[in-house]
Design a protein around this ligand. Structure first.
Ligand SMILES: Cc1cc2nc3c(=O)[nH]c(=O)nc-3n(C[C@H](O)[C@H](O)[C@H](O)COP(=O)(O)O)c2cc1C
Length: 356
């Protein structure tokens, strides 16, 4: 791919285009990550939903498919974060993504190993702290973004963070095309990160029956609920959301316990490990005990829709942008169209200036 639109993010990540695919649990698999990076953007493996001791195999699987750089996204306060960091360092992974509970010691290990540290933040104060802790670039996700999300619109949060920190900002939440990329650049970002748009590609592992729910959704069908795991999550509203929203507190708790036990089985985490993680989460996110229990819901409910192909009983984390996406291109087609449209848009905008 001829390097046309180039920003400092391209140099930092070694990607031709300043476009990042975010770490989506159960979705950002080796196949998707490799296809994204091979297409000229930068993919992140979602390690939070893989048993830590299997993350190295997933990294090797990506490296078998592409020579281009990619990253690994994981939770720093979850059991096995050290195992994942060992794998990242051993396999020469280009970048690490993380969000809640940044850990200075673990970040220092990554930086000593030459890994680009790129956390995701949803508030200006978190971006300032992330920079102090050594972030090389920061993904700033505004309220339109999929999954756990804040309430400040992307356009406002990105420009606020650009003013507050000096490392490159990557805008996330609501992006899908070349016009969006140019808009993000005009807010001062060095690129965009996209989740939902890459979920809806040919190489995404999500079964068609589930992606159909995203493709059919209108903007008003994607909204925030706290009933999945106690925290605000943006989702495509489906039968499950309606059911949870109509349950009483006890019904929701019983539901959460069942799913937490299933997640333990799927990831191989022991009960003490899960408890430690839950307590850390309670401290870091200032959750009540019942919210912590509800947090056990999310991973298994996402797997039900994303892997098992049941969009009725599972939940559908989604950015608002799903409401305006109605196709499922290959990653190569998508990345090429973003590049072409961004370039065309920049040229058109330059026509607004007095011509020499
Ligand atoms: C299906 C799905 C799963 C997600 N899973 C995670 C996750 O496991 N960890 C995480 O940090 N963010 C997760 N996110 C948030 C994304 O990484 C990203 O920040 C967000 O989707 C950006 O907004 P967009 O969807 O509008 O592009 C998820 C988002 C979606 C849509």
């Amino acid at each position: 791919m001829a390097p046309l639109l180039h920003t400092p993010l391209c140099d930092l990540l070694g990607a031709p285009l300043p476009v990042v695919q975010t770490g989506m649990g159960w979705v950002a698999t080796p196949e998707l990550v490799a296809a994204v990076s091979e297409a000229g953007a930068f993919g992140f493996l979602a390690a939070a939903t893989i048993p830590p001791e299997e993350v190295e195999d997933a990294i090797v699987a990506i490296q078998a498919k592409t020579q281009r750089p990619f990253g690994v996204n994981f939770l720093m306060d979850a059991p096995g974060a050290d195992v994942i960091i060992d794998a990242i360092l051993r396999r020469g992974v280009r970048a690490a993504g993380y969000n809640r509970a940044p850990n200075a010691e673990l970040i220092a290990r990554l930086k000593e190993g030459g890994v680009v540290c790129m956390p995701t933040c949803g508030a200006v104060k978190h971006a300032v702290k992330a920079e102090k802790l050594g972030a090389d670039a920061i993904v700033v996700q505004g309220g339109e973004g999929g999954g756990h999300t804040g309430s400040v619109p992307t356009s406002l949060l990105v420009s606020q963070c650009v003013d507050a920190v000096s490392v490159p900002i990557v805008a996330a939440g609501g992006f899908r095309d070349g016009r969006g990329l140019v808009a993000a650049l005009s807010f001062g970002a060095a690129g965009v990160a996209m989740g939902t748009r890459f979920l809806l590609t040919k190489e995404s592992p999500v079964p068609q029956v589930t992606t159909d729910r995203y493709l059919q959704a209108g903007v008003e069908d994607v909204r925030v609920t706290t009933e999945i795991d106690g925290l605000p999550q943006r989702v495509v509203v489906n039968e499950l959301v309606h059911e949870l929203e109509s349950k009483g507190p006890l019904g929701r708790l019983l539901f959460a316990v069942r799913n937490g036990l299933a997640f333990r089985k799927a990831t191989g985490a022991s009960l003490p490990e899960l408890l430690r993680s839950a307590l850390a989460m309670q401290k870091n996110e200032r959750l009540t005990r019942s919210q912590v229990l509800m947090a056990a819901n999310a991973p298994m409910l996402a797997k039900t829709a994303m892997t098992d192909g049941d969009p009725v009983a599972g939940y559908l984390p989604s950015g608002s942008v799903a409401g305006v996406i109605d196709d499922r291109p290959s990653c190569a087609e998508l990345v090429a169209s973003i590049r072409d449209e961004a370039e065309r848009t920049l040229k058109e905008l330059s026509q607004l200036l007095p011509q020499a």
